[in-house]
Ligand binder design. Sequence first.
Ligand code: IMP
Ligand code: MG
Length: 199
Amino acid sequence: MHRPGDILIDRHRIDARVSELAAEITADLGRSDIRNPKSEITLVPILTGSLIFLADLIRQLPLPMRIKLISVSSYPGGATESRGPRVRQGLTDLPPSLAGQHVLVVDDILDTGQTLSLVRDELARREPASLGTCVLLRKDRPQAQATPVDYVAFDIPDRFVVGYGLDHDDYHRNLPDIVELHPATARQARIGGARGVAP
Ligand code: IMP
Ligand code: MG
Protein backbone atom coordinates (compact mmCIF):
# COMPACT_ATOMS: atom_id res chain seq x y z
CA MET A 1 0.00 0.00 0.00
CA HIS A 2 1.37 3.43 -0.92
CA ARG A 3 2.32 5.39 2.18
CA PRO A 4 2.36 9.21 1.71
CA GLY A 5 4.83 9.93 4.53
CA ASP A 6 6.63 8.47 7.51
CA ILE A 7 4.87 6.44 10.19
CA LEU A 8 4.29 8.46 13.35
CA ILE A 9 2.40 5.79 15.33
CA ASP A 10 2.38 2.22 14.09
CA ARG A 11 -0.53 -0.23 14.27
CA HIS A 12 0.91 -2.13 17.25
CA ARG A 13 1.16 0.98 19.39
CA ILE A 14 -2.37 1.96 18.34
CA ASP A 15 -3.70 -1.49 19.33
CA ALA A 16 -2.03 -1.42 22.72
CA ARG A 17 -3.18 2.10 23.53
CA VAL A 18 -6.78 1.55 22.39
CA SER A 19 -6.96 -1.45 24.75
CA GLU A 20 -5.65 0.65 27.64
CA LEU A 21 -8.11 3.42 26.90
CA ALA A 22 -11.03 0.99 26.64
CA ALA A 23 -10.14 -0.42 30.05
CA GLU A 24 -10.01 3.10 31.51
CA ILE A 25 -13.38 4.07 30.01
CA THR A 26 -14.99 0.80 31.11
CA ALA A 27 -13.77 1.31 34.66
CA ASP A 28 -15.00 4.92 34.75
CA LEU A 29 -18.39 4.23 33.21
CA GLY A 30 -18.84 1.12 35.30
CA ARG A 31 -18.11 3.06 38.46
CA SER A 32 -20.38 5.99 37.78
CA ASP A 33 -23.21 4.71 35.65
CA ILE A 34 -23.51 1.21 34.43
CA ARG A 35 -24.65 -0.40 37.65
CA ASN A 36 -27.55 2.00 37.64
CA PRO A 37 -30.10 0.14 35.49
CA LYS A 38 -31.67 3.41 34.41
CA SER A 39 -28.47 4.67 32.80
CA GLU A 40 -27.72 4.24 29.13
CA ILE A 41 -24.39 4.73 27.38
CA THR A 42 -24.58 6.46 24.03
CA LEU A 43 -21.46 6.79 21.91
CA VAL A 44 -21.45 9.66 19.45
CA PRO A 45 -18.68 9.29 16.85
CA ILE A 46 -17.89 12.40 14.82
CA LEU A 47 -17.95 11.23 11.20
CA THR A 48 -15.99 10.37 9.24
CA GLY A 49 -12.53 10.37 10.79
CA SER A 50 -13.43 8.53 14.02
CA LEU A 51 -14.91 5.43 12.35
CA ILE A 52 -11.94 3.10 12.63
CA PHE A 53 -11.05 4.24 16.13
CA LEU A 54 -14.71 3.74 17.16
CA ALA A 55 -14.81 0.26 15.61
CA ASP A 56 -11.72 -0.85 17.54
CA LEU A 57 -12.72 0.89 20.77
CA ILE A 58 -16.27 -0.41 21.09
CA ARG A 59 -15.24 -4.02 20.62
CA GLN A 60 -13.30 -3.63 23.84
CA LEU A 61 -16.06 -1.94 25.81
CA PRO A 62 -18.14 -4.67 27.46
CA LEU A 63 -21.01 -2.29 28.21
CA PRO A 64 -24.57 -2.00 26.94
CA MET A 65 -24.46 0.87 24.48
CA ARG A 66 -26.00 2.57 21.52
CA ILE A 67 -24.42 4.64 18.75
CA LYS A 68 -25.77 7.93 17.41
CA LEU A 69 -23.99 9.71 14.58
CA ILE A 70 -22.94 13.29 14.04
CA SER A 71 -21.13 14.45 10.94
CA VAL A 72 -18.99 17.59 10.91
CA SER A 73 -16.99 18.90 8.00
CA SER A 74 -14.22 21.47 8.28
CA TYR A 75 -11.63 20.64 5.62
CA PRO A 76 -13.03 21.32 2.14
CA GLY A 77 -11.23 19.42 -0.66
CA GLY A 78 -7.46 19.26 -0.34
CA ALA A 79 -7.15 21.80 2.50
CA THR A 80 -4.84 21.05 5.41
CA GLU A 81 -6.08 24.05 7.45
CA SER A 82 -9.53 24.04 9.07
CA ARG A 83 -12.02 26.47 7.50
CA GLY A 84 -14.40 26.26 10.45
CA PRO A 85 -16.63 23.28 11.27
CA ARG A 86 -20.25 22.79 10.21
CA VAL A 87 -22.70 20.03 11.16
CA ARG A 88 -23.80 18.06 8.08
CA GLN A 89 -27.46 17.42 8.85
CA GLY A 90 -28.00 14.67 6.29
CA LEU A 91 -25.53 12.32 7.99
CA THR A 92 -26.48 13.20 11.56
CA ASP A 93 -29.04 11.10 13.47
CA LEU A 94 -29.11 12.66 16.93
CA PRO A 95 -32.44 12.37 18.74
CA PRO A 96 -34.03 15.65 19.90
CA SER A 97 -33.42 14.64 23.54
CA LEU A 98 -30.65 12.66 25.23
CA ALA A 99 -32.21 12.90 28.69
CA GLY A 100 -31.07 10.12 31.02
CA GLN A 101 -28.27 9.00 28.70
CA HIS A 102 -24.55 9.01 29.44
CA VAL A 103 -22.96 10.28 26.26
CA LEU A 104 -19.37 9.78 25.13
CA VAL A 105 -18.27 11.75 22.05
CA VAL A 106 -15.52 10.07 20.01
CA ASP A 107 -13.36 12.04 17.59
CA ASP A 108 -10.21 11.34 15.63
CA ILE A 109 -8.10 14.41 16.37
CA LEU A 110 -8.12 17.59 18.40
CA ASP A 111 -6.60 20.40 16.34
CA THR A 112 -8.18 23.85 16.82
CA GLY A 113 -10.80 22.35 19.16
CA GLN A 114 -13.63 23.99 17.20
CA THR A 115 -15.20 20.69 16.15
CA LEU A 116 -15.34 19.27 19.65
CA SER A 117 -16.73 22.54 21.06
CA LEU A 118 -19.41 22.64 18.37
CA VAL A 119 -20.41 19.02 19.01
CA ARG A 120 -20.38 19.51 22.76
CA ASP A 121 -22.83 22.43 22.36
CA GLU A 122 -25.09 20.40 20.04
CA LEU A 123 -25.22 17.57 22.57
CA ALA A 124 -25.49 19.70 25.72
CA ARG A 125 -28.68 21.23 24.28
CA ARG A 126 -30.19 17.72 24.33
CA GLU A 127 -29.57 17.54 28.09
CA PRO A 128 -27.78 14.19 28.55
CA ALA A 129 -27.23 12.84 32.08
CA SER A 130 -23.47 13.21 31.47
CA LEU A 131 -21.29 14.26 28.56
CA GLY A 132 -17.75 12.90 28.10
CA THR A 133 -15.26 13.33 25.27
CA CYS A 134 -12.60 11.03 23.85
CA VAL A 135 -10.08 11.68 21.06
CA LEU A 136 -7.54 9.45 19.42
CA LEU A 137 -4.99 12.24 18.84
CA ARG A 138 -4.32 15.68 20.30
CA LYS A 139 -1.95 18.05 18.52
CA ASP A 140 0.70 19.99 20.37
CA ARG A 141 -0.77 23.45 19.76
CA PRO A 142 -2.28 25.89 22.25
CA GLN A 143 -5.92 25.68 21.09
CA ALA A 144 -5.89 21.89 21.27
CA GLN A 145 -4.26 21.86 24.68
CA ALA A 146 -6.78 24.43 25.96
CA THR A 147 -9.81 22.37 24.87
CA PRO A 148 -11.24 20.27 27.71
CA VAL A 149 -11.30 16.56 26.84
CA ASP A 150 -11.69 13.51 29.08
CA TYR A 151 -9.72 10.83 27.22
CA VAL A 152 -6.76 11.21 24.83
CA ALA A 153 -5.05 8.20 23.27
CA PHE A 154 -1.94 10.00 21.96
CA ASP A 155 -0.43 13.47 22.10
CA ILE A 156 1.36 14.22 18.82
CA PRO A 157 3.40 17.08 17.29
CA ASP A 158 1.53 19.79 15.36
CA ARG A 159 1.69 18.03 11.95
CA PHE A 160 -0.91 16.93 9.42
CA VAL A 161 -1.48 13.20 9.79
CA VAL A 162 -3.46 10.59 7.85
CA GLY A 163 -4.38 6.93 8.27
CA TYR A 164 -6.40 4.89 10.80
CA GLY A 165 -9.49 6.83 9.73
CA LEU A 166 -7.88 10.25 9.22
CA ASP A 167 -7.96 11.63 5.71
CA HIS A 168 -6.54 14.19 3.38
CA ASP A 169 -9.11 15.09 0.74
CA ASP A 170 -10.96 11.88 1.77
CA TYR A 171 -8.02 9.58 0.94
CA HIS A 172 -5.70 7.49 3.15
CA ARG A 173 -8.29 6.55 5.80
CA ASN A 174 -7.48 2.88 5.12
CA LEU A 175 -3.80 3.10 6.14
CA PRO A 176 -3.40 0.89 9.23
CA ASP A 177 -0.77 3.19 10.80
CA ILE A 178 -0.88 6.91 11.59
CA VAL A 179 1.33 8.63 9.03
CA GLU A 180 2.66 12.16 8.84
CA LEU A 181 1.66 13.59 5.44
CA HIS A 182 4.73 15.05 3.68
CA PRO A 183 4.18 18.78 3.04
CA ALA A 184 5.31 18.18 -0.56
CA THR A 185 2.65 15.47 -0.91
CA ALA A 186 -0.04 17.82 0.36
CA ARG A 187 1.08 20.46 -2.18
CA GLN A 188 1.15 17.91 -4.98
CA ALA A 189 -2.39 16.84 -4.04
CA ARG A 190 -3.60 20.41 -4.35
CA ILE A 191 -2.01 20.81 -7.78
CA GLY A 192 -2.72 17.36 -9.23
CA GLY A 193 -6.03 16.50 -7.53
CA ALA A 194 -6.55 13.93 -4.81
CA ARG A 195 -5.60 11.02 -7.07
CA GLY A 196 -2.02 12.28 -6.92
CA VAL A 197 -1.73 10.85 -3.41
CA ALA A 198 -4.33 8.08 -3.43
CA PRO A 199 -3.20 4.80 -1.88
P1 IMP B 1 -10.56 21.01 14.89
O1 IMP B 1 -11.98 21.47 14.81
O2 IMP B 1 -9.61 22.02 14.31
O3 IMP B 1 -10.13 20.53 16.26
O4 IMP B 1 -10.39 19.83 13.87
C1 IMP B 1 -10.88 18.60 14.12
C2 IMP B 1 -11.20 17.89 12.82
O5 IMP B 1 -10.37 18.31 11.74
C3 IMP B 1 -10.91 16.44 13.02
O6 IMP B 1 -12.09 15.75 13.40
C4 IMP B 1 -10.39 16.00 11.69
O7 IMP B 1 -11.46 15.56 10.88
C5 IMP B 1 -9.80 17.21 11.06
N1 IMP B 1 -8.32 17.27 11.23
C6 IMP B 1 -7.61 18.10 12.02
N2 IMP B 1 -6.29 17.86 11.93
C7 IMP B 1 -6.16 16.83 11.06
C8 IMP B 1 -5.02 16.10 10.56
O8 IMP B 1 -3.85 16.32 10.91
N3 IMP B 1 -5.30 15.13 9.66
C9 IMP B 1 -6.56 14.81 9.25
N4 IMP B 1 -7.64 15.46 9.69
C10 IMP B 1 -7.44 16.47 10.60
MG1 MG C 1 -13.26 14.67 11.64
